[in-house]
Design a protein around this ligand. Structure first.
Ligand SMILES: Cc1cc2nc3c(=O)[nH]c(=O)nc-3n(C[C@H](O)[C@H](O)[C@H](O)COP(=O)(O)OP(=O)(O)OC[C@H]3O[C@@H](n4cnc5c(N)ncnc54)[C@H](O)[C@@H]3O)c2cc1C
Length: 419
């Protein structure tokens, strides 16, 4: 049964937690329709995981083709307040009358930043670049990525040497303020949308597949960065161990997924994502041998057409069988996969230059209000009045479904429908 909350304030603020494609869509749609919206994003910039893709299916657009429009809409919507480096600290009250406290971490860089870039070379500290999933390094002061919104540098203060102010000295615009402190803001909110998205499953936990031990075993999210022109190899798919183009690539599906020791569920998009990535490989390596080891090839709904085309165009070899183990041989020059070839009814061993683990999606449900109902895996479920969820924090899904979900949440919020 649908419920309309008896709100005491028909125009109360909508608080959206998470600024990925789902949260951003929800916030913009609600604000453009006349609602006051506060969008709270934990990281230094908006866009979530989509910003780190090379391209996204089904149309294989690069991320700017969806996100740039959203960034522009967000900037032109006066009713939308965006807080980055921010997290919900507490939420109390009831639908229509919540009090939310948001903690805002310092950026140490002010809006006077012109992106001139003089600060980063002056910084003496290198840190792993989390946007590239550690495949490259960046400086403690850096721009999160080229399309970052807000377009402002940020300082990873915990990595700075004591007393160092090299970046501030190098900035001729006075845009670096290393004395900034954490602040808090309190909002009266009528409703809250949770859109905190997903994180890749930690591949180190799947010990038999060698991630973390063998440099040429990478994950699907790392593959997106290797293929991206703004990535660690400027878009060339190269083996991390020796920087050479791989002559053979294996995609290992359900790496940890549908496995009760890891993630018992299917993430629904990984098979299509690997077929998309096979296209990245084929575009660069016309001769490369590409295989995909799968339990079941799951490309639901309209993704079926994309998948069928990708199989045809890449000539990928499909092997029905779960990988038992990955080992390094030939002095680290090749990775040997052992699998049960289910259709041939025999155990096989195959050597590859590069192995891509298709790890599943886990919900980012840390930092959600206590009243949020979570299922056994941590996905937001149920229907706490006034608190709705949208996108991958609810279930693993593709971008178009996350966007539809977010628009639905915005509509509910506009109509004061809180369930
Ligand atoms: C390898 C791979 C490839 C994929 N490729 C495609 C593709 O080609 N096409 C496609 O349609 N889909 C693809 N997907 C799925 C796609 O990534 C998701 O549909 C999409 O990211 C969902 O967006 P979201 O906003 O729900 O989550 P996210 O993108 O995860 O965004 C969530 C945001 O919330 C923020 N956040 C998290 N916790 C907090 C907190 N406590 N407080 C404040 N903010 C917080 C995060 O920093 C982030 O910005 C792929 C998935 C994988 C695994």
């Amino acid at each position: 049964m649908s419920s309309f909350a008896a709100t005491n304030d028909n125009g109360g603020i909508l608080l959206v937690i998470g600024g990925g494609i789902a949260g951003l869509t929800c916030a913009i749609e609600a604000a453009e329709a006349g609602r006051e919206v506060v969008l709270v994003e934990k990281s230094a910039s908006l866009g979530g995981r989509v910003a780190a893709f090379h391209r996204y299916f089904p149309k294989l657009c690069p991320p700017p083709c969806g996100l740039e429009i959203d960034h522009r809409r967000a900037q032109n919507t006066p009713r939308l307040t965006i807080l980055t480096l921010a997290e919900l600290e507490s939420l109390h009250g009831e639908p229509g009358a919540y009090e939310a406290v948001v903690r805002i971490h310092p950026r140490y860089v002010t809006p006077a930043c012109t992106l001139c870039g003089a600060c980063a070379p002056a910084c003496p500290v290198e840190v792993p670049d989390s946007f590239n999933y550690g495949l490259s390094k960046t400086r403690a002061i850096h721009l999160p990525h080229w399309m970052a919104s807000p377009a402002q540098y940020v300082v990873e203060r915990a990595s700075c040497p004591q007393g160092c102010g090299s970046c501030a000295s190098a900035c001729k615009y006075g845009a670096i303020d290393l004395s900034q402190q954490e602040t808090r803001k309190t909002f009266q909110a009528a409703a809250v949308v949770l859109a905190t998205g997903w994180a890749p499953y930690d591949a180190r936990k799947i010990e038999n597949l060698g991630f973390g031990r063998f440099p040429d075993v990478i994950t699907n999210v790392m593959m997106e960065r290797l293929a991206a022109p703004d990535g660690p190899t400027q878009g060339r798919i190269l083996r991390p161990s020796d920087g050479k183009p791989p002559r053979s690539v294996a995609f290992v599906q359900c790496a940890g997924s549908r496995d009760r020791n890891h993630l018992p569920y299917c993430s629904g998009v990984c098979c299509t994502a690997s077929l998309k990535q096979a296209r990245y490989v084929r575009a660069q390596q016309p001769e490369a041998h590409i295989s995909m080891f799968y339990i079941d090839l799951r490309t639901p709904g309209e993704l079926q057409n994309f998948a069928a085309r990708a199989v045809e165009e890449t000539g990928i070899e499909l092997v029905k069988g779960k990988i038992g183990r990955v080992e390094e041989r030939a002095g680290g020059h090749e990775l040997v996969l052992t699998a049960e070839d289910v259709l041939a009814g025999k155990k096989i061993e195959r050597a590859y230059d590069l192995v891509v683990l298709a790890v599943g999606m886990t919900p980012q449900s840390g930092g959600l209000p206590q009243s949020a109902q979570l299922d056994e895996f941590g996905f937001a479920c149920g229907s706490t009045p006034g608190v709705m969820a949208a996108g991958c924090v609810k279930r693993p899904t593709e971008v178009s479904a996350a966007v539809r979900d977010a628009t639905g949440a915005a509509l509910k919020a506009i109509g004061n429908r809180t369930k």
